[in-house]
Design a protein around this ligand. Structure first.
Ligand code: MLT
Length: 388
């Protein structure tokens, strides 16, 4: 059997790549890949080869991947929700402290005292009052987005003595089970803006969430509010942030996505995208991405896809046809009609839809004539047919 081919577009932790084993060729220069493993490499201008069945993003954000184009070409895109959540949470908690206690400017100032010998101690005691900042205990934190990261941040902030107000109109059942019962429910973003001393955002970037922090939303916030963004830079309108920081309306903005205009501005802490940069999280993401990708390539199982429905069809008993198609009437009946026309019995059939698209898996025994596969490919609304 031919080896499956995996193209890596970024450096992926070895422990993840090792999951593929001997039946795969994995590398940076693989041609006609079945799958791609990627971290933050920009894929929007890349030609997606005909051979490509799936892309696994080792991380949460998928804004570097052309999702609509992938769906239209029948390419399943996975991400690894939760795999780096603890790493990001830890740095968000650090950001809460850094936004409050003026540790970074204080450390910079302390460096300027070098060369003052025995005087340094006295100079420190005299100058330190310029770096006073409040404690987080007893303050109110707004968490916008209660996915894997938002939930961990909310729970940890509560355990540090903060009052926590959470907002998420799309809260999943898993997140609801994990969320501390002490998190108060905000019915609207305006409630978060009006009440919170600190606001952290944990949502994917899309048309709805772009510039969540903007001049209008900032105007509704408390004076001196501290804002934290470890999700994507474009969730904030940087010009609005810069001007609000200059007036003191925003006390501090901590962002994990530096842009030129944010660098060197007083009151803005720009961290070089370190949220998930821990060995633990890089390993977790790589392993999860590799497992999801190889289960899809081998068996057609879909878990944690951002563009196709979840479907756990188990291992292949005999033969399997996987069909990605539009979610339209009569299509599944037409597919099964083609098989029965060939005298083939369908042993198992599973189908799930997600918005305009659907995924159907048909298990059967015996031979399948090429003509039947060609007929399936020609059915109106069918995007991709794959036989395993
Ligand atoms: C993510 O989207 O998972 C984080 O921003 C970290 C990363 O890009 O790897």
């Amino acid at each position: 059997m031919d080896k499956k081919k995996i193209l890596t577009l970024n450096k992926i932790a070895k422990v993840g790549l090792d999951r593929f084993g001997d039946s795969y060729t994995v590398g940076d220069f693989v041609e006609n890949p079945d799958g791609i493993m990627v971290r933050s490499a920009a894929m929007h201008d890349m030609d997606l080869p005909e051979s490509l069945l799936a892309i696994a993003r080792a991380g949460a954000g998928v804004n570097n991947i052309p999702i609509d184009k992938c769906t239209q070409q029948g390419i399943c895109v996975f991400n690894t929700p939760g795999a780096n959540a603890n790493a990001v949470k830890e740095l968000v908690i650090a950001a809460l402290f850094l936004s409050s206690r003026r540790v970074i400017p204080g450390v910079e100032w302390a460096k300027t005292l070098k060369g003052n010998g025995a005087e340094v101690g006295k100079m420190v005691e005299k100058g330190k009052s310029q770096f006073v900042g409040p404690e987080i205990k007893g303050k109110k934190l707004g968490v916008i987005g209660l996915g894997a990261i938002g939930v961990l941040v909310a729970n940890t902030a509560y355990s540090l003595g903060m009052e926590v107000l959470g907002y998420d109109p799309y809260l999943s059942i898993d997140a609801a089970w994990s969320l501390s019962r002490h998190t108060q429910h905000a019915a609207s973003l305006d409630e978060i803006y009006a009440e919170c001393d600190y606001i952290t955002v944990h949502v994917p970037l899309n048309n709805e969430t772009k510039h969540t922090f903007n001049a209008d939303s900032i105007a509704k916030m408390k004076d001196g509010v501290r804002l934290i963004n470890f999700s994507r830079g474009e969730l904030a309108d940087t010009q609005a942030i810069i001007s609000a920081v200059s007036t003191g309306k925003v006390g501090c903005y901590v962002v994990d996505f530096p842009s030129d205009d944010l660098l060197g501005v007083d009151g803005i802490i720009a961290i070089p995208h370190l949220g998930a940069s821990t060995p633990e999280s890089e390993d977790n993401c790589a392993v999860m991405a590799a497992d999801q990708l190889s289960r899809y390539l081998k068996y057609g199982i879909i878990k944690n896809s951002v563009n196709l429905p979840e479907l756990d069809c188990g291992r292949v008993e005999d033969r399997r046809i996987c069909v990605i198609h539009r979610n339209i009437p009569n299509l599944i009946a037409t597919l099964s009609g083609i098989l029965s026309g060939e005298g083939i019995n369908i042993e198992n059939m599973l189908s799930k839809s997600r918005g305009e698209y659907a995924y159907t898996v048909l298990d059967f025994a015996g031979d399948l004539p090429d003509a039947a596969i060609d007929a399936m490919k020609k059915v109106d609304g069918v995007i991709r047919v794959r036989v395993i």
